[in-house]
Write a protein that binds this ligand. Structure first.
Ligand code: AMP
Ligand code: GLY
Length: 424
């Protein structure tokens, strides 16, 4: 069959790499893709929000299955656009992608259906939010309602910081209309875990756990980023926690969406905090995580095309997900200065070393070909170097060793990805 993947980052490279292994795939396309994805798929120069062009391309090439990976096109109805044209697409429709697209929606859903999460209030006006904050306990968390590239969350330690946060989100509109409404949330403490799952509307199948590192600098200092590295599984995600989450969080979320007339088909990514009072939902994402996917898919044994199709067809109950009994670590190689100001256009060398190294992967996040055919840096996050190993410590040592194989101008990485492993 012919498959099209929509997106062009490290997550999409991991999905494309996995899809390319399926014996069922005869031709793989990716729009827009990147220089790494070009090794496993034919890249097509169409943007992820150009639905008309994407649908026309899928028709012309007789694509059998399109996988929409990023949050923006999902929230804006990319899957609806494909379905309206009679084409098969993997991912939630817009009315279900709202699970990520509106934090106010997801908080109200959790409250209505008794799914554990932080206490919160929603505000449409800055005046009301400011009045509420005067007597609220600190620290407190402010979240822009809409999509803000994972950056619309402010942790405020004092009333002054919280007031400044309302100014930033609602009045200065740093994240545009995403900040027209905000959620003000109780501050929670605990370890964070990312859990990815496949959902077919009724049945949910958990992939495996992972942990991200969102801050730019070692020791969780610096600004929030898209993610600087991951490991999987999380040693803190025990069987007891898993059992609790299946009963109180995972299936209830799927059932709640169905009860609301918003049947969810696709990937639900549960951002959890393991608090003293039990696991609670920090956030939902309606898609694969980046860079969680880069450690989860290399451990997955199933043919991912079978799983995508089961989600669309509502037959996920007939599939058991299988994962290797190993571990994986991904270290992101970024451009120095990310997530603020950074330069692009440096030649990347050393990539060929990954070709013959079993258990080592380099997933491209921001790369492209220059006019001479060299692969050059083209983004803040440039590469995700993933390695597997028998256990987390081995995987981490392997991943860091492999980060040395690659060189490019202004190469930057965190040196403490997976530090939490030592505390397990
Ligand atoms: P989110 O995009 O909602 O996952 O938030 C980004 C990050 O902010 C999370 O990964 C947490 O580290 C932190 N965060 C979000 N909500 C809370 C909360 N209620 N209490 C403490 N930290 C939070
Ligand atoms: N790594 C977090 C995310 O994909 O949102």
């Amino acid at each position: 069959m012919k498959v099209l993947i929509v997106g062009g980052g490290g997550r999409e490279h991991a999905i494309a790499w996995k899809a390319a292994q399926s014996p069922r795939v005869e031709k793989l396309y990716c729009a827009p893709g990147n220089a790494g994805i070009a090794e496993v798929a034919e890249c097509v120069n169409i943007g992820v929000m150009e639905f008309d062009k994407l649908v026309a391309f899928a028709r012309e090439k007789e694509i059998d299955l399109t996988v929409v990976a990023p949050d923006d096109p999902l929230a804006a109805g990319a899957v609806d656009a494909f379905e309206a044209a009679g084409l098969r697409a993997f991912g939630p429709r817009a009315n279900a992608a709202i699970l990520e697209g509106s934090k106010a929606f997801s908080k109200d859903l959790m409250k209505k259906y008794g799914i554990p999460t932080a206490a919160y209030e929603t505000f449409d006006s800055a005046e009301a939010a400011l009045a509420y904050l005067e007597s609220a306990p600190m620290p407190i968390v402010l979240k822009a309602d809409g999509l803000a590239l994972g950056k619309g969350v402010l942790i405020c330690n004092t009333l002054e910081e919280a007031k400044a946060g309302v100014q930033t989100l609602m009045l200065d509109k740093q994240f545009g209309d995403a900040g027209n409404r905000i959620v003000v949330e109780e501050f929670m403490t605990g370890r964070e875990v990312s859990v990815l799952s496949f959902v077919d509307g009724k049945t949910i199948r958990i992939m495996t756990s992972a942990q991200d590192h969102k801050r730019a600098k070692d020791g969780d200092q610096g600004l929030n980023t898209g993610g600087m590295g991951t490991f999987s599984p999380s040693p803190f995600y025990t069987e007891e926690i898993d059992a609790f989450c299946r009963e109180h969080i995972y299936q209830p979320t799927v059932d709640a969406m169905r009860a609301e007339g918003r049947e969810f088909k696709g990937v639900i990514f549960f951002g959890l905090m393991l608090t003293a009072g039990g696991p609670k939902v920090l956030e939902y994402n309606a898609r694969f995580g980046d860079p969680e996917t880069q450690v989860v898919l290399p451990r997955m044994k199933n043919d991912i095309i079978d799983v995508f199709e089961a989600c669309i067809d509502g037959t996920l109950d007939q599939i058991e997900l299988e994962f290797e009994d190993n571990a994986a670590v991904c270290v992101v190689l970024a451009s120095d200065g990310y997530p603020e100001h950074y330069e692009k256009g440096f030649v990347i060398s050393g990539l060929e070393k990954f070709k013959d190294a079993d258990g080592y992967y380099v997933f491209h996040a921001g790369s492209k070909f220059d006019v001479d055919g060299n692969i050059i840096t083209n983004g803040g996050r440039v590469l995700g170097v993933t390695a597997t190993g028998a256990d987390l410590k081995t995987a981490r040592a392997n991943a860091y060793a492999a980060t040395e194989w690659v060189t490019f101008g202004n190469k930057y990485m965190r040196h403490d990805i997976g530090k939490a492993i030592d505390e397990a």
